[in-house]
Design a protein around this ligand. Structure first.
Ligand code: PGA
Length: 275
């Protein structure tokens, strides 16, 4: 594969799930920013994204704006509808007003507990993109136990609607769309239980996914999409994961809940990427 189109920025995201209230989240973001400042973190090399609960977004926006923080933030979900009588939903437009840059979509926990599927994922992604919010689209096998090898048939089935959507916007529109799409591989068996994938396994998945996108869309388009991994990533595993050629970033849940630990993980990323 040629690497001529390969200039993707790495990213690391903290998925805070349903853990902190808005005061705790504010404290967390502030502390993380201090720690990364101390470490002279270069945000242009590695994007840092925090995904708090909806109730914290306004506070995070205020803090980020006031202190001009380079940390970005996003939501853990977004409505598939634009506006109207959808009690409990939060629209992409409402999120955009809060300065949200990213939206996690169809996370394995949403698929598991709320039966979200690939169609809903694409509706939500479309809503997000309409408001210039970058969707982080979660795919991955649903097995409860670790797999020996990836189920590419299943993964390609999940990838198809994403590719179709990209195709449907036509050649002219393809590149801006692709640059704003992140695909997160999060196999259910690896999320929230300490059973992380090996770096080799993840590299195999990412290479397979990118090959499939190349087949469908060509190299230029395929090399724009960022492919990230999530599932029990911790301080010990992050270095070997992030240096994999095809791994453009990581989503961290549990290990990111402690700002100090998360900052340490980001320092490891900086170290391995600069060596
Ligand atoms: P985990 O969560 O790191 O706790 O497994 C990852 C995620 O859900 O994105």
């Amino acid at each position: 594969m040629s690497n001529q189109y390969k200039h993707r920025q790495k990213l690391v995201a903290a998925n805070l799930k349903m853990n902190f209230d808005h005061l705790e989240t504010t404290f967390y973001v502030q502390k993380l920013a201090w720690l990364l400042d101390d470490a002279a973190h270069d945000y242009t090399k590695v994007e840092v994204i925090v995904l708090p609960g909806f109730t914290s977004l306004r506070s995070v926006q205020t803090l980020v704006d006031a202190d001009k923080l380079e940390i970005q933030y996003g939501s853990q979900d977004v409505s598939s509808y634009k506006k109207g009588a959808y009690t409990g939903d939060v629209s992409a437009k409402q999120l955009a007003k809060l300065g949200v840059s990213y939206s996690l979509i169809a996370h394995t926990e949403r698929r598991n507990y709320y039966n979200e599927d690939d169609n809903l994922m694409m509706l939500k992604a479309t809503r997000a993109l309409e408001e210039n919010i970058k969707p982080i689209l979660c795919i991955g096998e649903l097995d409860e136990e670790p797999r020996q090898s990836p189920d590419f048939e299943y993964l390609f089935k999940q990838l198809t609607p994403i590719i179709k959507r990209i195709n449907s916007v036509g050649k002219q529109g393809v590149i801006p769309f692709l640059e704003n799409v992140i695909i997160a591989y999060e196999p259910r068996w690896a999320v929230s239980n300490g059973k992380t994938c090996t770096p080799e396994y993840i590299q195999e998945v990412m290479t397979g996914l990118r090959k499939k996108i190349i087949e469908e869309l060509g190299e230029e388009a395929a090399y724009r999409i960022r492919l990230v991994y999530g599932g029990s990533v911790n301080l010990n595993s992050i270095g070997n994961l992030i240096i994999q050629d095809e791994v453009d970033g990581v989503l961290v849940g549990k290990a990111a809940l402690d700002a100090e630990n998360f900052a340490k993980m980001i320092k490891v990323i900086n170290k391995v990427l600069s060596s």
